[in-house]
Design a protein around this ligand. Structure first.
Ligand code: ADE
Length: 255
């Protein structure tokens, strides 16, 4: 896969793209990622201007963004041209899965107040990473890239782990433990030490279902209808693991 990014602030991408799994995926030729400085596509170096109709903040000029896009499109055909914007389609695991099958993506990150509205005519997809406003589309672009690259074959050392993530199949992931076996009275569940792989897999599936029911029932309404009721002891156990007061409500801020 190849990913191009157009941004007014290319330095934001430096270390996130070099470190860890994203850095390794590029070194191993699984993905190539190129950051393009929007300033290079303006004849006079100015990329923004005052808003028509007045108001605070500067707006990135559509002609400069489209000049950058056209230059890149001259060299490559993109499956999607994605504008990161708070009013775009909410990013989901399903969208990441779909984008991970693409060969080439062009991402457009706005900064300052935003980009001239007319840029939307030149993109194929608008994506928001959530219902909040950040200072620009650069961090959302990194979120998108991270979510896509980890799905590419060979990016994660354990091939099966991306499929076992939270949100795949509309389920949250099951709890994970490592050594020590007991920490300040908190014990690793006995089943994980049993060596019975079938029983462990069944326990994990059940934990996953229970956690989804308790924390994010909105993800998978079928959980209420399709499955047999949970054994009360297991329900109790997981409820206490999740916190005595139960799951945070979707409206509440986590404390
Ligand atoms: N730019 C600023 N905030 C954003 C968000 N939440 N998602 C995508 N792009 C953005």
């Amino acid at each position: 896969m190849h990913i191009d990014i157009i941004t007014a602030v290319p330095e934001i991408f430096n270390s996130p793209l070099q470190a860890s799994i994203l850095g390794r995926a590029q070194k191993n030729g699984i993905v190539s990622i190129q950051v393009h400085n929007l300033h290079n596509y303006s004849p006079n170096g100015r990329i923004d201007d005052y808003p028509y109709g007045g108001g605070a903040g500067m707006i990135i000029r559509v002609d400069v963004v489209v000049a950058a896009m056209r230059h890149l499109q001259h060299h490559r055909q993109y499956d999607e041209i994605i504008y990161l914007t708070p009013d775009g389609h909410r990013l989901t695991q399903a969208l990441l899965n779909r984008l991970s099958l693409c060969k080439a993506l062009l991402l457009i990150a706005g900064h300052y107040k935003g980009i001239d509205e007319r840029v939307r005519h030149f993109v194929t997809l608008e994506v928001s990473i959530g219902d909040y406003v950040l200072t620009g589309g650069e961090i959302p672009a990194l979120v998108l890239i991270d979510g896509i690259v980890r799905l590419l074959p060979g990016a994660l050392s354990d091939a099966s782990s991306a499929l076992e993530d939270s949100f795949q199949e509309g389920l949250l992931g099951s709890p994970l433990y490592t050594r020590p076996r007991e920490f300040e009275g908190l014990r690793v569940p006995d089943i994980l030490l049993s060596g019975n792989h079938q029983a462990i897999a069944a326990w994990r599936a059940e934990q996953s279902r229970l956690r989804t029911l308790l924390r994010r029932p909105d993800l998978n309404p079928n959980l209420f209808h399709d499955e047999v009721p949970l054994p009360p002891k297991l329900a109790e156990e997981t409820a206490s693991q999740l916190g005595k007061s139960g799951p945070p409500s979707q409206e509440e801020e986590p404390s």
